[in-house]
Design a protein around this ligand. Structure first.
Ligand SMILES: [Mg+2]
Length: 173
């Protein structure tokens, strides 16, 4: 069950304490897109997200967006936020993310995966062995595949709660 448990759990990208990440040696942030940066209805990033990303770049973080969505969905965020991107990432499969990691100069202990899906983002990151940060989903609407995964996620989260391994709404750093 540990494969589902994130290292950090916060409400959204603005609640993450990035200075704590820096102090732990994290240098590269891999962000999910849908329901992490924007709802599935939004086609462009919000101004506050642009501001956050600028702050993070100034702090020295390398930022990359890794999304299971297709190129046409992800590319506008790459352009607007001026960060690299991986589309059709197929999370929780690790191949595409590992491809990026191998081609980068970062060690596994320098990378954090940030997203709203326990089944995709957390499992992928934990399988690879990087820091995982789970966030609450920011929109209620989901793409069909994500909706099915969310049902499974609810069942897993009940088991985790029963074992006191993870409780939704109980945030931790
Ligand atoms: Mg997502």
């Amino acid at each position: 069950m540990e494969i589902y448990v994130p290292d950090i759990y916060q409400q959204d990208i603005y609640q993450i304490n990035y200075d704590v990440l820096l102090s732990r040696g994290i240098k590269c942030l891999i962000f999910d897109l849908d329901n992490t940066l924007v709802t599935i209805k939004e086609m462009y990033p919000k101004e506050e997200t642009k501001n956050l990303f600028n702050e993070l770049k100034e702090k020295g973080f390398k930022i990359i967006i890794a999304s299971n969505s297709i190129k046409a969905r992800v590319k506008p965020f790459h352009e607007e936020l001026k960060v690299d991107y991986i589309y059709s990432a197929k999370k929780p499969h690790i191949d595409k993310i590992n491809e990026f990691i191998t081609s980068s100069k970062f060690g596994l202990d320098e990378i954090a995966m940030i997203g709203d899906s326990m089944m995709d983002d957390v499992v992928c990151g934990n399988t690879i062995g990087i820091t995982t940060i789970l966030l609450d989903q920011i929109g209620k609407a989901e793409f069909p595949i994500a909706r099915i995964k969310r049902i499974k996620e609810k069942r897993i989260q009940k088991k985790l709660r029963d074992k006191d391994l993870f409780t939704k709404g109980r945030y931790y750093v």
